[in-house]
Design a protein around this ligand. Structure first.
Ligand code: HEM
Ligand SMILES: [Cu+2]
Length: 523
């Protein structure tokens, strides 16, 4: 089907529903995007609150208030919610909102599928949380404690309700992602305005196209892994049970075949929007467009064949460990190409530092520290020292929070005038950036430090010698959390119509079709 043969849906006409009905019946790509973004932003605050609860517990050695398995439950919920309920759906919301505007289409190709994808999310979150609350009524043993990687197989087998509910929730999240991926692929391939070739479409569309294919490749493998786990738990099979002839390591292979590409699923949408923002605030065209597209594909390919670097301590044969180590190092080539292109884009540009630009530069630094701290880890010789320590926790929050979340924040500030028709408060935006940048780095660099000193992760109590670092981390984490309230306030005020009216193209250096319609764009 070409764009010309698609009949416009009825709801594109004037009598577009308002109020609650609008959000229930909408097939407008912008409304669907806003639903995704609103819901996942709320989940960001929920999962962030969980982190603050267990950071309060960790502020001092000894067990304060998270008795029994509560600590591990909260860590697991925090990880699962951040990954599946916040950051992936948020990027999906952005693609629903932005891709049609960027390619000059009034709609996405499969809006109803995309809407299904959205409504599965609240359901999945409910399923995830039910066992947590049931334990307070004496039912079951709480949420899963098996960490977001679900690989603590011993625990998996013992825990009654939590893991089962997690498995169902992961299925629902997975179906949602697959629906979103189909929508992106068909939209990008069939609905571009006739004059736009693949090689002239915005990098954000390219990035998301790659992410969509990655999702189709790896999410079914995750579903298989948790499906087999479910069978082991209830149907008497022994896929992962060593005593029955199965192999617990097989679960980790399947999980990480999903888990490592997942990192790129999370960061690529952010990486793909950065050049657009950098170019707008340097008043220069994007440098190395094609090189960046090839890098996305290279990252997706290499990212899919390095999963074993999460398993270097599991006793794989030496040659396998060496393979995974060198293969992992090779990813630094395409990622370095990206960083080189971004520096090329701002090089000698007429740079100004509005909030989106600050966050974009912050995301680059986050990616650099995440990458550099990551290159050390798969060193097969040194791995046993890093394994299961707070160093790992500090490290992976750099790509997740440092690159992806800061990148999303840059995007929100950049497009907020387009989405709301109003300018946000610039001073509050900059304040938000500086407090976030400082407290984020203090939190997670300190985590790396205390990890190098030997503090394990996934523990509620720790030796006295780690107490100082942990106090620093907890205080910084609370400052980081508080800074996000500034963001929330700024965004809500902008949505409520405070702030100057925004022009159709509020940024002098911005280019792209998405600035053509009025702000906010009509449904
Ligand atoms: C206020 C910000 C945040 C703080 C203070 C924080 C803190 C932490 C800490 C201390 C742990 C490890 C606990 C342990 O192993 O004992 C953890 C785990 C984790 N965090 Fe965060 N985090 C924050 C934001 C995020 C964000 C934005 C993401 C992703 C988008 C994220 C994803 C994860 C994941 C996947 C885990 C692993 C959970 C597990 O091992 O099962 N976090 N976080
Ligand atoms: Cu990995």
């Amino acid at each position: 089907m070409t764009s010309a043969t698609i009949v416009e849906p009825k709801d594109a006409h004037p009598g577009y529903p308002t109020g609650l009905r609008r959000w229930l019946v909408t097939t407008d790509h912008k409304d669907i995007g806003l639903l995704y973004m609103g819901f996942s932003a709320a989940m960001f605050f929920v999962a962030g609150m969980l982190a603050l609860v267990f950071r309060a517990e960790l502020a001092a050695p000894g067990v304060q208030f998270l008795q029994g398995s509560l600590y591990n439950q909260l860590v697991t919920l925090h990880g699962l919610a951040m990954v599946f309920a916040f950051i992936m759906p948020f990027a999906t919301g952005l693609n629903n909102y932005l891709i049609p505007l960027m390619i000059g289409s009034p709609r996405t190709a499969l809006p109803r599928l995309s809407k299904w994808g959205f409504w599965l999310l609240p359901l999945a979150v409910m399923v995830l949380l039910i066992p947590f609350f049931l334990q307070f009524f004496g039912v079951g043993d709480g949420a899963s404690q098996a960490s977001w990687t679900m690989d603590n197989t011993g625990l998996d087998m013992q825990s009654r309700l939590g893991v089962d509910f997690t498995i169902v929730a992961v299925y629902l999240f997975g179906i949602s992602s697959i629906f979103g991926a189909f929508n992106v692929i068909v939209t990008v391939l069939t609905l571009r305005t006739p004059t736009m070739s693949l090689w002239s479409m915005p990098l954000f569309c390219w990035g998301w196209l790659v992410v969509a294919f990655l999702l189709l490749l790896v999410v079914p493998v995750l579903a298989t892994a948790v499906g087999l786990l479910f069978a082991d738990r209830h149907f008497g099979t022994h896929f992962f049970i060593a005593s029955g002839g199965g192999d617990p390591i097989l679960f980790q292979h399947l999980f990480w075949f999903f888990g490592h590409p997942e990192v790129y699923i999370v960061v690529l949408p952010a990486w793909a929007i950065l050049p657009t923002i950098l170019s707008a605030f340097s008043r220069k065209p994007i440098y190395g467009y094609k090189a960046q597209v090839y890098s996305y594909w290279a990252i997706a390919f290499l990212g899919s064949i390095v999963w074993g670097h999460h398993m270097l301590a599991q006793g794989l044969p030496l040659m396998e460990n060496l393979y995974f180590m060198y293969a992992t190092f090779s990813i630094s080539v395409p990622t370095s190409v990206l960083i080189f292109c971004w520096i090329g884009t701002i090089w000698r540009g007429a740079m100004t530092f509005e909030t989106p630009m600050l966050f974009a530069l912050g995301a680059i630094v986050g990616m650099l520290i995440g990458g550099l701290s990551g290159v050390l880890i798969p060193d097969a010789g040194a791995y046993s020292q890093y394994h299961n320590t707070m160093y790992i926790t500090g490290h992976f929050h750099y790509p997740f929070f440092g690159a992806a979340v800061l990148g999303m924040m840059a995007t929100v500030y950049y497009y907020l005038p387009k989405m709301t028709g109003r300018m946000y408060n610039e001073s509050l935006g900059r304040l938000h950036f500086w407090i976030t940048a400082v407290s984020f780095n203090v939190t997670f660099l300190s985590m790396m430090m205390v990890g190098l000193a030997g503090m394990p992760r996934h523990v509620v109590d720790y030796a006295i010698k780690y107490a100082d670092w942990n106090r620093v981390i907890s205080v910084a984490a609370f400052v980081l959390g508080a800074a996000q309230l500034i963001f929330l306030y700024n965004v809500i005020q902008t949505i409520r119509g405070h702030g100057e009216k925004a022009a159709d193209k509020p940024w002098e250096g911005a280019v792209g079709l998405e600035w053509t319609p009025s702000s906010p764009p009509p449904s």
